[in-house]
Design a protein around this ligand. Structure first.
Ligand code: SF4
Ligand code: SF4
Length: 157
């Protein structure tokens, strides 16, 4: 009887131990998943990160505004003869890029070196120019200026 009782106790102990190990493993797994999905681990440079889009030189003195209509977050701002994108609002959807008839919009990491000043210009003027949420008529001489390069000196603030 004693031997049987001891066997039963040992089996019970082993069962409890097994359940305990199982629970600990489960908790450790959950902890690992949480840590790996936390923002700290999301800073992996190989992962895709969001970049703002930038309006560059070609837009100056054209301002067709075709891009404004498609922006889902209304992050365009309009100056007298140029549009800018608010980098704080842009969600990197890229739908505005093909809308621009003069190819003025680039992702920030795709802005040509000779246009890099426009990254700062967009950020600066987005705080100055009023928001624009619907297409407007292009500037009267837009077609002529669409062919001209290096128009920064004509940018009106
Ligand atoms: S990339 Fe998307 S969110 Fe950014 S300006 Fe273009 S349309 Fe708007
Ligand atoms: S479509 Fe191009 S040219 Fe027209 S306002 Fe937008 S960025 Fe400027």
């Amino acid at each position: 009887m004693d031997a049987y009782y001891q066997l039963e106790q040992s089996t019970l102990f082993l069962c409890n131990l097994f359940i305990l190990v199982l629970l600990i493993s489960l908790n450790v797994s959950i902890l690992i998943i949480r840590v790996r999905t936390s923002s700290f681990w999301r800073n992996d440079p190989t992962e895709e990160t969001q970049v703002a889009h930038v309006v560059t030189d070609s837009c100056i003195r054209c301002r067709y505004t075709d891009c404004v209509d498609v922006c889902p977050v209304d992050c365009f701002h309009a100056g007298p003869n140029f549009l800018v994108i608010d980098p704080e609002e842009c969600i990197d959807c890229a739908v505005c890029i093909p809308e621009c008839p003069v190819d003025a919009i680039r992702a920030e990491d795709d802005v040509p070196a000779d246009q890099s000043a426009f990254i700062g210009i967009n950020a600066e003027l987005a705080r100055v120019f009023p928001a624009i949420t619907a297409r407007e008529a292009p500037l009267p001489d837009a077609e002529r200026w669409a062919q001209v390069k290096g128009k920064l000196e004509h940018l009106q603030r």
